[in-house]
Write a protein of this length. Structure first.
Length: 590
C-alpha cells in the first residue's frame, strides 16, 4: 500500500475519476494543494460541466487559470463548455476565408449550433492542456465528471482520430473538414499522452461500498481497453467504529469491510491507499489539507438530538400517483442516491396499481441492479448509447439513404460514423421515452448533473430548431420534448441531495439552470440523513451539525417541497426494500 500523498509525484498529468459522490473533487483539490505546498506550480482543472471547484476553494473561477489565495503556486480553472464552443465556432468560421458567401457562413453557423459542437469544443480545451498549452506548470490535476461522462471524454481522442483518418468531408454537426482537420495533430498528441505512464496517472477514486467498487472495476477495465492502464486506486471515506455496541456505526464498518474484502481482482492488483472519513464537509482550504494530514483535523464535536418534521418518500409517491400518469425525472449530483430514489418511486407507483416504465440516461446504468427483480406493472430498462446509435443509424439510412446510389449511401454512413452521432441518438431515445408519459408513468433516473445538463442543452437546441421553422398557421400543434418538460401537469422533476454543502449547492445551481429553461422542480429529496438514525458514534454525530445546517438551508432557500430519507445500515436494494421505502410502513418512528 502506498501513501496517497505520494501518488501525485511520478507524473505531470493526474486524472481523478470515479462514480459520482466518491470524493473526486475533494481528493483532486487536496492533491493539488499538497503538490503546491511542496513548492511546485500546479494547475487544477475541472472537466465537469457542473464543476464545484469554486465552492471547494472559496474562489470564483473562470475558463482562465486563477491563482488560489493562501496556496502559493496553485492555479485553478473550469473548462467552460459555452465559452469553448464560441471560440471553436470562431476558429471554424475563420477557416472559410474572406471569399465565403453569407449563405456558406450561415450554413456552417447552423451546423455549429448543436450540443455536439459544445462537447467537441470543451474536449478541444482539454486536449490543448495535454498537448502542451500550459507549459509553465509542473503538474496539471484534472477533476473529472462522473464516470460515464469521463469515459466518453477519454475515448474521444481515439474516436476522433479514427474518424479524421477516414473522412475527407467533415461532420455535418461540426462544420467543414478544415475545422476538424486543424485539430487532428492535437488529438493524436492527446492520445499518446493519455496512454504514457511516464506522463499520465489515472487515479480511480471509490468509496468502500459495493456499488462504487463495482463501478471502479468497470471503469478500470474500460480504461485499460482504451490503452490507459496507468491507474492507481484510492478508497475514500474509510470508517472504523469506535463503539461496537452502536448498531449504526458497526453496521457501516462491517459493510465497508465486506465490500473491500470482495474487491474484484482488476482493482485488487492496483497500488492503492485509504483516506479516512472525517467529521466535517470537505469545503475550504483547512478541510482539504486535513485530507492529507488527518491528525491536523479539528476535534469531533457531538451534537445533541433534534427532531425532524419532514415528510418521507411515501408522501411524495402518493402525490405523484394522484395524477394517474406523467413523467418523473430524478436529478442531482453523482452519488446522492438518484437511482435509489427513482427506483423507489417507480416501485411505489407500481405497488399502487399503475403501469410504470423505469429507465435511465446514465451511462453507468445501475437501475437494474438496484431494482433486482420483476413485479407486475413495472418495466425496467436503460437508454443504451450503443444500441440507440445503431438504431438511429439504420433509421437514417432507411430514410435519407433510401434513394441514394451506393456511393451516396457509403458517404452517408461514413458521416454517421462521427462520435457526435451517439449524442443525437441518445437525445432521440430520450424524446421517445418522454412522449410515453402521455398515457402512463415514466420515471427517468438521470445521469449526474453535468451529463444531464448536456442532454437538456440538446433538448433546447432541438426545440429552437423545430420552432424556428414551424408555420404558425399550420394545422395541429407542435409539441417538443422541452415543452413537455416545462409542463408542470406532465412532468415532475425531483432533485436529490445529501445533507452536505457541495451536493446542496450543486442541486441549487441545477435548479437555477432548469428554471432558466422554463422547468420548475416539483420538490427535493434529502437522502441519507444521519439525524434520524440515533447513532451515538462521536465521528458520525460530529457530522450532524453540518447536516442540520444544510437541511435548514434547503428548506429556507431552495425547495418548495422537501422529503427526507434517513440513512440505512443496509443498502436499499431489491423490490422488498424499495417498496418499504415508498410505503407508510417504511417510515421510522420519530
Amino acid at each position: 500500500m502506498t501513501q496517497f500523498s505520494e501518488l501525485n509525484a511520478p507524473t505531470r498529468y493526474l486524472f481523478f475519476t470515479g462514480k459520482g459522490g466518491v470524493g473526486k473533487t475533494s481528493l483532486s483539490c487536496a492533491s493539488a494543494i499538497a503538490l503546491a505546498d511542496r513548492g511546485l506550480r500546479v494547475l487544477l482543472v475541472s472537466t465537469d460541466p457542473a464543476s464545484n471547484l469554486d465552492e471547494m476553494l472559496s474562489v470564483e473561477l473562470s475558463s482562465e487559470p486563477r491563482e488560489i489565495p493562501l496556496v502559493k503556486g496553485l492555479f485553478a480553472m473550469n473548462i467552460d463548455p459555452e465559452a469553448a464552443a464560441a471560440q471553436y465556432r470562431t476558429r471554424v468560421l475563420d477557416q472559410l476565408g474572406p471569399d465565403a458567401s453569407d449563405t456558406e457562413k450561415s450554413t456552417v453557423r447552423e451546423q455549429l449550433s448543436g450540443a455536439c459542437t459544445t462537447e467537441i469544443a470543451a474536449f478541444d480545451e482539454f486536449v490543448g492542456l495535454l498537448a502542451g498549452d500550459a507549459p509553465d506548470f509542473d503538474h496539471i490535476v484534472f477533476d473529472t465528471a462522473p464516470t460515464g461522462h469521463t469515459l466518453r471524454l477519454l475515448s474521444l481522442p481515439k474516436a476522433w482520430t479514427g474518424f479524421l483518418e477516414n473522412n475527407e468531408r467533415g461532420a455535418s454537426c461540426l462544420g467543414p473538414h478544415s475545422g476538424l482537420k486543424m485539430q487532428e495533430a492535437r488529438f493524436r498528441e492527446a492520445l499518446r499522452c493519455l496512454g504514457d505512464p511516464a506522463r499520465t496517472t489515472i487515479v480511480l477514486v471509490t468509496r468502500p461500498d459495493r456499488g462504487a467498487i463495482r463501478e471502479a472495476a468497470r471503469t478500470s477495465a474500460e480504461l485499460s481497453a482504451l490503452g490507459l492502464s496507468n491507474q492507481l486506486l484510492v478508497v475514500n471515506g474509510r470508517f472504523h467504529a469506535v463503539d461496537q455496541r452502536d448498531t449504526v456505526a458497526s453496521a457501516i464498518a462491517r459493510e465497508q469491510d465486506d465490500a473491500l474484502a470482495a474487491m474484484p481482482a482488476v482493482l485488487a492488483g492496483l497500488p492503492h491507499d485509504e483516506v479516512p472519513l472525517l467529521g466535517f464537509d470537505m469545503v475550504g482550504l483547512p478541510a482539504l489539507r486535513a485530507l492529507m494530514l488527518p491528525a491536523a483535523a479539528p476535534a469531533t464535536v457531538v451534537e445533541p438530538d433534534a427532531p425532524l418534521d419532514l415528510p418521507r418518500i411515501s408522501k411524495l409517491v402518493d402525490e405523484i400517483a394522484s395524477g394517474g400518469r406523467g413523467l418523473v425525472m430524478v436529478m442531482g449530483k453523482g452519488g446522492v442516491g438518484k437511482t435509489t430514489i427513482a427506483a423507489a418511486i417507480a416501485v411505489g407507483l407500481a405497488a399502487r396499481g399503475h403501469a410504470v416504465h423505469l429507465t435511465t440516461t446514465d451511462p453507468a446504468a445501475h437501475v437494474t441492479f438496484v431494482v433486482g427483480g420483476t413485479m407486475p406493472g413495472l418495466t425496467v430498462d436503460r437508454i443504451d448509447p450503443a444500441t440507440e446509435t445503431e438504431r438511429y443509424v439504420e433509421k437514417i439510412m432507411a430514410s435519407r439513404g433510401r434513394d441514394l446510389d451506393d456511393q451516396g449511401k457509403a458517404l452517408l454512413r461514413e458521416d454517421l460514423a462521427s462520435p457526435c452521432t451517439e449524442e443525437v441518438a441518445v437525445f432521440h431515445a430520450f424524446s421517445r421515452v418522454v412522449a410515453e408519459a402521455r398515457s402512463s408513468f415514466v420515471v427517468i433516473d438521470t445521469a449526474p448533473t453535468g451529463h444531464t445538463l448536456l442532454l437538456l442543452d440538446a433538448t433546447g437546441a432541438y426545440h429552437r430548431q423545430m420552432t424556428r421553422h414551424v408555420d404558425p398557421d399550420a394545422p395541429g400543434r407542435l409539441v417538443t420534448p422541452l415543452m413537455r418538460l416545462q409542463d408542470a401537469d406532465y412532468t415532475r422533476v425531483i432533485l436529490v441531495t445529501l445533507p452536505e454543502t457541495t451536493p446542496v449547492s450543486e442541486a441549487g445551481a441545477l435548479q437555477d439552470d432548469l428554471r432558466r429553461a422554463g422547468i420548475e422542480p416539483y420538490g427535493w429529496v434529502i437522502n441519507k440523513s444521519m439525524s434520524a438514525t440515533g447513532t451515538r458514534d462521536p465521528l458520525l454525530r460530529s457530522r450532524l451539525k453540518g447536516e442540520r445546517a444544510q437541511i435548514d438551508r434547503v428548506r429556507a432557500d431552495y425547495a418548495r417541497r422537501v422529503y427526507l430519507l434517513e440513512f440505512r445500515t443496509t443498502p436499499p436494494v431489491g423490490l422488498d426494500e424499495l417498496e418499504r421505502l415508498s410505503s407508510a410502513e417504511g417510515i421510522p418512528a420519530e
